[in-house]
Design a binder for this molecule. Structure first.
Ligand SMILES: [Zn+2]
Length: 219
């Protein structure tokens, strides 16, 4: 009987995890490392650090041309999604860690690092409406074309045109991705006209996909 009790005790002791495991989730939380687990050796620093205030305050403003009420509502949902994604830790991580062809950098990045690009997005200083106002300034117009263009814009205008052929069937997260793509053109980023895997890693395409994919969780 005593033997059995001792054996159980040994098994219980073996079942105990080392104290350091209690801290394994700390990196995903908003608290600073010094708040928890003071006796443990310092864990690795969070690779993306704290979410800056600009990400939490990031806002949008929009002018509509040729929109029905329902279509405007879809855009408003899309803009709520964009704000939620931009304010998220996951968005910061995706931008910071974006990798193409083994290099941690966007294609057509104009010499900017991933961290720079994250800050440029938060600054939201459109080339034609400069100033770090942390606000996406949007001038949207709907049009219809049978062609396979989802949306487009030109460097010399603020306006972004969106094709109702896609807009009307897109989910709010897909619209969010498209608006974000076009808006990065307003920040001065460009991409190839021809499709390629590299083009998908350009600032406009890659960020449009990140917004769309993370945005699905906020629909
Ligand atoms: Zn584009």
């Amino acid at each position: 009987m005593m033997k059995l009790v001792l054996l159980s005790l040994v098994l219980i002791l073996m079942g105990c995890k080392p104290a350091t495991d209690a801290c394994s989730n700390v990196q995903e939380q908003e608290m600073t490392q010094s708040d928890t687990c003071k006796t443990d050796p310092p864990s690795l620093p969070d690779p993306v650090g704290e979410i800056p205030n600009e990400a939490l305050l990031f806002s949008t403003s929009v002018i509509f041309t040729n929109f029905e009420r329902e279509q405007e509502e879809k855009v408003h949902k899309a803009l709520e999604i964009i704000k939620a994604v931009v304010a998220s830790r996951e968005f910061r991580k995706r931008v910071y860690h974006f990798t193409y062809n083994g290099k941690q950098a966007f294609v057509d990045n104009q010499g900017y690092s991933n961290e720079d690009i994250y800050q440029i997005l938060l600054n939201a200083s459109e080339k034609l409406n400069p100033g770090n106002d942390h606000e996406m300034d949007l001038d949207l117009e709907l049009y219809y074309s049978y062609k396979n263009t989802v949306g487009y814009t030109y460097p010399n205008v603020m306006r972004i045109w969106m094709n109702t052929k896609y807009f009307n069937v897109y989910t709010p997260a897909e619209v969010a991705g498209n608006i974000f793509h076009e808006w990065t053109h307003k920040l001065g980023f460009t991409h190839d006209t021809q499709y390629s895997a590299a083009r998908d890693a350009s600032v406009p395409y890659a960020l449009g996909y990140i917004i769309r994919n993370l945005g699905k969780h906020y629909e």
